[in-house]
Design a protein around this ligand. Structure first.
Ligand code: NDP
Length: 228
């Protein structure tokens, strides 16, 4: 059993990688900086997912997989007015466009091989009108794309879902001002953010054991701060 996970070398992605390895998967991680001491069962590939052609070449070398996790992502500390066109295209390429194209490509393979599962990392940012406008747009987009892929390939056994976490304490959070973090934490039921482990547990459940009738859906993980 094989899985590809983008950005599976650190943060939430590494937790997902470790969990999938523990479940018996051969885990192929695509990232720019790699991982210095990869756990057994993790295969690290140098890839910049803003470059779709490079990403797909690596996916082709890995060959057919049972699971794709679209996890690689960036967030910028920029207002809408600060963005130039290149920066917009870059964040959309990393967070959305390559993930969608890779998902379509692998969904076709999965459908031909009897099925497979795709989980993408959305965010509460895709719901709330996030200060990083293009981050929010990318996260709303990926959630919708999973729904389209579920509808297009679901009859052939492809299950595609997303998760939408609130803030999680990883390197990505360093761009968020402390007073905003304090306010966000105070709005949670348990006065704490969800952990990377809790997100990984949910992602891996969707990628393996979750009932097949959960397809094209979104699971929120935000400790009660944003009920749909
Ligand atoms: P980190 O910043 O800790 O990790 C980001 C990951 O993405 C790294 O593995 C990084 O690897 C990879 N990545 C970034 N750019 C590229 C690129 N161009 N090519 C390949 N890989 C890339 O963030 P998190 O673990 O927190 O985030 C993981 C996902 O979860 C993201 O999609 C994020 O948007 C989402 N999320 C995070 C939340 C949070 O509060 N932390 C909340 C909701 C969603 P490398 O730098 O080596 O390339």
């Amino acid at each position: 059993m094989k899985a590809i996970i983008t950005g599976g070398n650190r943060g939430i992605g590494l937790e997902i990688s470790k969990r999938l390895i523990a479940l018996g998967y051969e885990v192929h991680v695509l990232s720019r900086s790699g991982i210095s001491t990869p756990p057994e069962g993790l295969f690290s590939w140098a890839a910049d997912v803003s470059d779709y052609e490079q990403t797909i070449q690596i996916a082709d070398k890995i060959g057919p997989v049972n699971i794709l996790i679209n996890n690689a992502g960036i967030m910028n500390a920029k207002t809408a007015s600060d963005y130039n066109q290149d920066e917009i295209l870059h964040i959309l390429n990393v967070n959305l466009i390559t993930s969608v194209r890779l998902s379509v490509r692998l969904a076709e393979q999965m459908a031909n091989n009897g099925g497979g599962r795709i989980v993408s990392m959305g965010s509460i940012a895709g719901e709330i009108g996030h200060p990083d406008i293009w981050y929010g747009i990318s996260k709303a987009g990926i959630t919708n794309a999973m729904r389209s892929i579920a509808r297009a390939f679901g009859l052939k056994g492809v299950i595609a879902n997303s998760v939408a976490p609130g803030p999680i304490d990883t390197a990505m959070m360093k761009n968020i001002p402390q007073d905003r973090k304090d306010r966000l934490k105070a709005a949670t039921i348990r006065q704490r953010f969800c952990t990377a482990e809790e997100v990984a547990k949910t992602v891996c459940w969707l990628a393996t054991d979750a009932p097949e009738c959960i397809n094209g859906e979104v699971i929120d993980l935000n400790n009660g701060t944003n009920y749909r």
